[in-house]
Design a binder for this molecule. Structure first.
Ligand code: PEP
Length: 245
């Protein structure tokens, strides 16, 4: 899978223009293609892409079902737009909006209950990598928010390993660092759900992945694609990354 994360970029009109450009070129991709857009784009972009192989993701959803939560958008509301995926646990949401493992556990459950497929992000910060405790951090993030799921629920989960020090910094993990962590994550899934489920789980790499380095990252056996921030905002770059998978 190659998934884009537009973050808080693009007006509705700019988003429609980008989605239209992608739709024209991405007609028979060799992998799943998803674009994560701001909430206000979802319904329009999902309608625009309904006959396209490109699927649409929200970048977040509420941890509550419905009711008096001004400004929030529920998983049911996201699903009603035609979006099929929901990015959850992004490091920016954890850091700036104080999303805890418990909150994320609720969000994942609500997304699944509403037939949304979570793209669940995990990854260590720079200090944790420097201290050599990245494995413990990632394991705790999985145990805190998604290892409570049944194997049936797990089948709808995509993971994205996103070292926080690599996001938007131009500091990409080396292919070896990515492979090492992805293999470790897969071993944790195998311990929890068995080898077949682990082999079937899509684990994306995210963090300054771009048109130049995507092929080298994706060549690793445990790197099943990418979650792409900055480079998903320009159609030619995003298309080159899709073709690298
Ligand atoms: C992201 O935010 O998910 C991401 C990977 O960003 P970037 O590609 O810009 O580092």
């Amino acid at each position: 899978m190659v998934a884009g994360n537009w973050k808080m970029n693009k007006t509705l009109q700019e988003g429609v223009a980008l989605a239209t450009e992608l739709k024209q070129t991405v007609v028979n991709p060799k992998c799943a293609v998803v674009i994560g857009t701001p909430f206000i784009h979802l319904a329009t972009v999902a309608e625009l892409l309904k006959d396209s192989p490109i699927k649409v993701a929200a970048e977040n959803c509420a941890d509550k079902v419905s009711g008096a939560y001004t400004g929030e958008v529920s998983a049911a509301m996201v699903a009603s737009t035609g979006a099929e995926y929901c990015i959850l646990g992004h490091s920016e949401r954890r850091a700036y909006y104080h999303e805890t493992p418990e909150i994320l556990r609720e969000k994942v459950l609500l997304a699944l209950e509403n037939n949304l497929k979570p793209i669940f992000c995990i990854g260590e910060v720079k200090e944790e990598r420097e201290a050599g405790c990245q494995n413990e951090v990632v394991k705790a993030q999985l145990e805190g928010s998604v290892f409570n799921l049944t194997a049936e629920q797990w089948a709808n989960i995509t993971l994205a390993y996103e070292p926080v020090w690599a996001i938007g910094t131009g500091l990409t993990a080396t292919p070896d660092q990515a492979q090492e962590m992805h293999a470790y994550i897969r071993s944790l899934i195998a311990e929890k759900y068995g080898k077949q489920v682990a082999d079937d789980t899509t684990i994306l790499y995210g963090g300054s992945c771009n048109a130049k380095n995507a092929a080298e990252l994706f060549a690793n056996p445990d790197v099943d694609g990418g979650l792409i921030g900055g480079a998903s905002l320009k159609a030619p770059d995003f298309i080159t990354i899709i073709q690298a998978r």
